[in-house]
Design a binder for this molecule. Structure first.
Ligand code: CP
Ligand code: NVA
Length: 308
């Protein structure tokens, strides 16, 4: 019997850790995996594999999609959080990485600074996935672009408008714009602009959100206050008042523009109920695609480029 070739150790810490060609492969695998799932056909390539999930912030979708996804691929998932593990009592992240990566085959982490995730990855013997940091949320944009492509075909050459805070989700869109070759218009209130080090070639800033959405194929936004920034909540509510995606803003975009939101959403703040619950919104498909795209990601990081 031949010995299976071990795939190279790869991580998904930022969106740009994968190439356009690798995203193409992931999308093809996602379509195949999603189709099999919809037909209730078993696909267990990760039998005996274990995913460790470390959460230092709250989650519904990320936990559920990774945990359910791992089970559906025949493997197991273990949930750890700061409160109940030694991470919350000051065990160095480097030590945790050494131990966890000797017991599990792959790790997903949701934490605060990107640097924590990078320190973990440097000391890990197995692939590490970013499940959201203060800086990035690559798994979200993987699902978002897949969702766009499902509805509208290739995103290359299209225009995406980001309205609101230049947060982790926005920073990830910026990386994706250069990899996929679409234009990203970003409108934030003064004082919340994109940091210069996150800027992209295909990005254009707009002071006026109505101008940012003009001609957009996709309008997207996120909460005004991300996890970890709750102390700024009241101030942000005032500063972001004019950055709500409402019917008037959607009207200024292309007629066939889609609306996306990574969720959880606050109706009446960053998005009007008529928009998120309206015809152009694909937020439920977007959330569901977290499951299918991440299953393809788990397969790729553990088994390499599977053909099928
Ligand atoms: N969109 C997203 O990551 O949701 P959760 O915070 O519920 O995981
Ligand atoms: N920007 C949000 C995304 C939540 C999924 C946050 O970091 O809280």
């Amino acid at each position: 019997m031949g010995v299976a070739k071990k795939p190279l150790l790869r991580h998904f810490l930022q969106f740009r850790d994968l190439s356009a060609a690798e995203f193409g492969h992931l999308f093809a695998r996602t379509r195949w995996i999603k189709d099999k799932f919809k037909r209730y056909q078993r696909y267990w390539p990760l039998e005996d594999r274990t995913l460790a999930m470390i959460f230092e912030k709250q989650s519904t979708r990320t936990r559920l999609s990774f945990e359910a996804g791992m089970h559906q691929l025949g493997g197991a998932a273990i949930f750890l959080n700061t409160r109940d593990s030694q991470l919350g009592r000051g065990e160095p992240v480097e030590d945790a990485a050494q131990v966890i990566s000797r017991m599990c085959d792959i790790v997903m982490i949701r934490t605060f600074e990107q640097e924590i995730l990078e320190r973990f990855a440097r000391n890990s013997r197995v692939p590490v996935i970013n499940g959201l940091t203060n800086e990035y949320h690559p798994c979200q944009i993987l699902a978002d672009i897949f969702t766009f492509v499902e509805h509208r075909g290739p995103i290359k050459g299209k225009t995406v408008a980001w309205i609101g805070d230049s947060n982790n989700v926005c920073n990830t869109w910026l990386q994706a714009a250069d990899i996929f070759g679409f234009k990203l218009n970003v409108s934030t209130p003064p004082g919340y602009e994109v940091e210069s080090e996150r800027s992209a070639k295909n990005y254009e800033p707009f002071a006026d959100p109505m101008k940012a959405v003009r001609g957009a194929h996709l309008v997207t936004t996120d909460v005004w206050t991300s996890m970890g920034f709750e102390a700024e909540n009241e101030e942000r509510r005032k500063d972001f008042e004019d950055w709500q995606v409402d019917a008037e803003m959607m009207k200024a975009a292309r007629k066939d523009a889609l609306f996306m939101h990574c969720l959880p959403a606050h109706r009446g703040e960053e998005v009007a109920a008529t928009v998120i619950d309206g015809k152009q919104s694909v937020v439920w498909e977007e959330a569901e695609n977290r499951l299918h795209t991440q299953k393809a990601l788990l397969e790729f990081l553990l088994l390499g480029k599977v053909k099928g």
